[in-house]
Design a protein around this ligand. Sequence first.
Ligand code: XMP
Ligand code: MG
Length: 183
Amino acid sequence: MRAADVLTEITQVLVTEEEIRARLDEIAAQVAADYEGKDLLLVGVLKGAIMVMADFSRALPTTAPMDWMAVSSYGAGTKSSGVVQIRKDLDTDLHDKHVLIVEDIIDSGLTLSWLLENFASRGAASVEVFALLRKPDAAKVEVDCRYVGFDIPNEFVVGYGLDYAERYRNLRDVAILAPHVYS
Ligand code: XMP
Ligand code: MG
């Protein structure tokens, strides 16, 4: 479904499906060039990154393997706490792999900075980050993110994998959730 189908529940469409597709093609070409001849492993962070992983990995011209990690950062409602717990660990040994973490969004940056530290101790040859969305005004810690899809304002967004209470992940577009939905 499109953001237009839930117009009373959103205040603004930030990024359309078409804009996402076009940007994923650009980043996939860049990643393919940067990792040519390297043993690339895509690591998606569940559940938010499912859509971006599905479309990004298929935009790549190489057969990169993928693995998944599930983490939860506890906090009230729509804010991340920075206390991260692994719900599902990787199945892959990272030793000597060139890891590209595929994330839906960098908000405070707390989850990713924790993940980067965690991965650094597993012997990967390199670890880089691709985040579809980033909120520059929400950063609490700096995260070195090599590939960014779109910088967006500091608002709670849903769609394209991002949820509120497990809903809206199946919106094709990214939109700002109307405050009346969560307050
Ligand atoms: P942090 O703050 O640690 O973000 O960079 C951690 C995770 O929180 C989720 N997140 C969001 N989910 N709309 C959502 O639906 C948002 O605006 C939003 N901001 C953060 C997301 O899973 C991210 O990886
Ligand atoms: Mg996430």
